[in-house]
Design a protein around this ligand. Structure first.
Ligand code: NAG
Ligand code: NAG
Ligand code: NAG
Ligand code: NAG
Ligand code: ZN
Length: 447
């Protein structure tokens, strides 16, 4: 009923918007992104043997495609699904080619523009006045998120402190919220960053959700109260601020740092390949046009450098590092750059198991978990490997919902369930820090 009213409300606002649409209200025109995704499709292709893997790599290599999963053609594997966004000019050719090769494929999204319109067509109806009225169940622009951060800092000064750890390439401040009861002695801390990859909008939505839940449930939720009394949480809602802004205004599927323009078409760096551990080896690209470009040198991106500097300074008390990504429904821990077992495998693995069990308890959504290299793919220069190498014992990357049905266009109606279940997982990891890990006997290094 409430949601019926809400959608009726939204529909009427949308209608009003269409009628009074001006360059002020709808800066991108009646169609979002100037209709640039009209007719584009998202294919899911599953190569079933080594030969098909090679063929698919060759086909996609010759086309201008935007790979959603995996992030680079070099990472295409046998029996692993490949989700790929194809420009409208190329869709017919790809259909024909895949049929010719008898390859197994489906079209997940048959018109990307209408999927985008369906999911983010109500922007000007956003209620964004004050923190108490902030709508956590829609995606927000960077400006809205930053204004919200100032509001939370002001209205919850007992639990929240906001500060900047530096500036982005394009000069935007890099804000972090520290959440927790103040204490005279140094508390253990948890770092959580979101929005490392620009197009993964559910990430920043989760970081905001976490802060909301923390400050609102402190009074009545004894678990949360204990966590906030005994730990500090450093929350960075948007790490890649320039990329997020660019994805919001111009190129919905932008992944890297910085903005692209006509002069510099191949621009930006993958902020999760830019860390100083096995930098630019397997699973990263040294070509500036690629989505997994590792950058000209480690920590070349000011955003990565600022976080690395902060964590180096605070590594004595930061006991967990958590990075929020999408999509795949996985919980990953080191190593990412090689097939090998980490020293504290048992403690980390049991923390991951507790987290996915807690997550499952909300709505029965299953997450796979394990070392990033074997569970997802090998990638070098990632933040979890770097954080682990720098002495943070628990380092995780979440790949949130879904498994490709909506991909990066996870509808706003799924923000609530996705964040609710992820909260349980993060609380499980944080609660684990308050206990001693007893299982560390390296039970069965299974790889
Ligand atoms: C891929 O799947 C096929 C058919 O299900 C199976 O025969 C083959 O062993 C699988 N290959 C790998 C590497 O998993
Ligand atoms: C795609 O089609 C548009 C017209 O629909 C054309 O202007 C453009 O050059 C085409 N691009 C390619 C790469 O074929
Ligand atoms: C957050 O609030 C505190 C006061 O509670 C203030 O000292 C600090 O400057 C605020 N942070 C920002 C970034 O405005
Ligand atoms: C394992 O983790 C504990 C903290 O939980 C840490 O003190 C210890 O140094 C770690 N051991 C290794 C080999 O990383
Ligand atoms: Zn990501």
């Amino acid at each position: 009923m409430v949601s019926d009213l809400r959608s009726a409300f939204r529909a009427s606002v949308l209608l009003a918007c269409v009628i009074i649409c001006s360059s002020v209200l709808c800066p991108v025109g009646a169609y979002l992104y100037n209709n640039r995704y009209a007719g584009d499709q998202v294919f899911r292709i599953t190569p079933s043997d080594a030969e098909e893997v090679q063929t698919l790599k060759r086909i996609l290599g010759h086309m201008k495609v935007d790979l959603w999963q995996p992030n680079s053609a070099t990472l295409i594997k046998q029996n692993a699904t490949v989700d790929v966004h194809v420009k409208r000019n190329s869709t017919r050719g790809l259909h024909a080619r895949l049929k010719l090769e008898h390859m197994d494929y489906r079209v997940f999204i048959s018109n990307l523009q209408s999927e985008i319109e369906k999911q983010t067509g109500y922007r000007s109806s956003r209620r964004r006045r004050s923190e108490s009225q902030y709508d956590y169940e829609v995606y927000h622009s960077l400006e809205e998120i930053q204004r919200w951060m100032f509001d939370v800092n002001r209205t919850h000064s007992d639990l929240v402190d906001m500060f900047s750890i530096g500036k982005s390439y394009e000069g935007r401040p890099l804000y972090v919220l520290q959440i927790g009861k103040r204490s005279r002695h140094q508390k253990k801390a948890v770092w959580i960053d979101c929005g490392v990859h620009a197009r993964e909008w559910i990430g920043p939505a989760f970081c905001q959700w976490f802060v909301k839940e923390a400050v609102n449930s402190y009074q009545y939720d004894s678990v949360m109260r204990r966590l906030l009394n005994q730990l500090s949480f450093y929350i960075m809602p948007v790490l890649n601020v320039d990329g997020y802004h660019f994805s919001w205004t111009t190129d919905r599927f932008w992944r890297k740092t910085r903005s692209r323009n006509h002069k510099f078409h191949c621009r930006g760096t993958d902020a999760n390949r830019n860390w100083k551990v096995k930098w630019c080896e397997e699973g990263a690209s040294s070509h500036p046009c690629d989505d997994t470009y590792c950058g000209p040198f480690p920590e070349s991106e000011p955003e990565v450098k600022a976080v690395a500097k902060f964590l180096r300074k605070h590594k004595k008390h930061v006991k967990a590092y958590i990075s929020i990504h999408a999509y795949a429904q996985m919980l990953l821990y080191p190593y990412s750059y090689k097939y090998a077992t980490i020293p504290n495998f048992s403690c980390v693995e049991s923390a991951a198991q507790n987290a996915v069990t807690a997550l499952y308890s909300a709505y029965g959504v299953r997450y796979r978990y394990g070392p990033a290299s074997t569970t997802l793919y090998v990638s070098s220069g990632s933040s979890i490997d770097w954080a682990y190498r720098n002495g943070i014992p628990y380092t995780f990357a979440f790949e949130l919902r879904d498994t490709g049905y909506f991909g990066f266009l996870l509808p706003e109606s799924l923000i609530n369930p996705t964040c609710t279940e992820t909260m349980r997982a993060v609380k499980a990891i944080a609660s684990g820090l308050l206990k001693k890990c007893e299982t560390d006997k390296d039970r069965f290094p299974y790889i």
